[in-house]
Write a protein that binds this ligand. Structure first.
Ligand SMILES: [Fe+2]
Length: 262
């Protein structure tokens, strides 16, 4: 090492990512302000760091982002071009690749399935109102008890339930028979559950359908549809409700057109 090396000052280093450097510095300044305003002690700080380690071990970092209500703003910024069309929304932890591929009209369950049966139907359109032929409507939802298949012993091909990729027809029309999903609690048996209890937050999400639209030559659209009369709408733990994504059954059917950015 030369004399000049030892005298080099860290501030003279050129960041590989100026954007990241700027954001990290802003987070650091925000952290210092928070520590000083709340007089955060070493014990409290170490508890916070231990909490983050435990979250990582439980694979709950995305869930933390969700309940801190940061995932939805990130999604909104990322997919700003969809906001005036069919707004995008967060994917959540329950999507699976390779759900059964079905032709429209399709059904996610049999006639004897418990719950309120409904047909979800509409069209997949582009921003100029032209149909998007043969778009794939990938849908996943809870059963009428608020449980995903992954919480009931999945995932294998046999155990997949209430999820499918439904291919729309040449006019972009899709039709999916199912039952209404139910509001549910996000998992609370780990460190995130402890945090929610400590800060007095409930863990509930209003009932929703998860939808991912795929069409050739376009970016996929991931979103959610919510039932308009759900009592948890105003207090969704991840604060993801968007008015234009509210739906309600009429005469056993929910009509919804998905409009994709060009
Ligand atoms: Fe969900």
């Amino acid at each position: 090492m030369t004399t000049s090396d030892t005298q080099a000052k860290p501030s003279s280093l050129v960041p590989e990512s100026p954007r990241l450097a700027e954001i990290v510095e802003e987070v650091r300044r925000f952290g210092v302000d928070l520590i000083e305003r709340h007089r955060i002690t070493t014990d409290e700080w170490m508890q916070a760091l231990l909490f983050l380690c435990e979250l990582g071990g439980r694979n709950e970092m995305v869930a933390l982002s969700d309940v801190l209500r940061l995932s939805v703003p990130v999604d909104r910024v990322t997919n700003a071009d969809q906001e005036e069309l069919t707004p995008s929304n967060v994917e959540g932890p329950f999507w699976l690749p390779d759900a059964p591929l079905l032709e429209t009209p399709a059904s996610l369950c049999g006639a004897d399935e418990p719950g309120e049966h409904v047909v979800l139907r509409g069209r997949v359109l582009s921003a100029d109102a032209a149909p998007v032929p043969h778009a794939i409507v990938d849908i996943w939802q809870t059963n009428s008890e608020g449980k995903y298949d992954l919480e009931l012993g999945g995932p294998t091909a046999v155990e997949m339930a209430f999820r499918a990729r439904v291919r729309a027809d040449s006019d972009g029309r899709y039709e999916i028979g199912t039952v209404l999903p139910k509001a549910y609690s996000i998992p609370t048996d780990g460190p995130l559950g402890i945090l929610l209890r400590k800060i007095g937050r409930h863990p509930y999400r209003p009932a929703h359908f998860h939808i991912r639209i795929e069409a050739e030559g376009r970016d996929p659209l991931t979103t959610m549809l919510y039932l308009r009369d759900d009592p948890w709408l105003d207090v969704d733990v991840i604060d993801s409700i968007k008015d234009s994504l509210l739906v309600e059954p009429r005469d056993g059917a929910i009509e919804f057109d998905f409009v994709l950015a060009a």
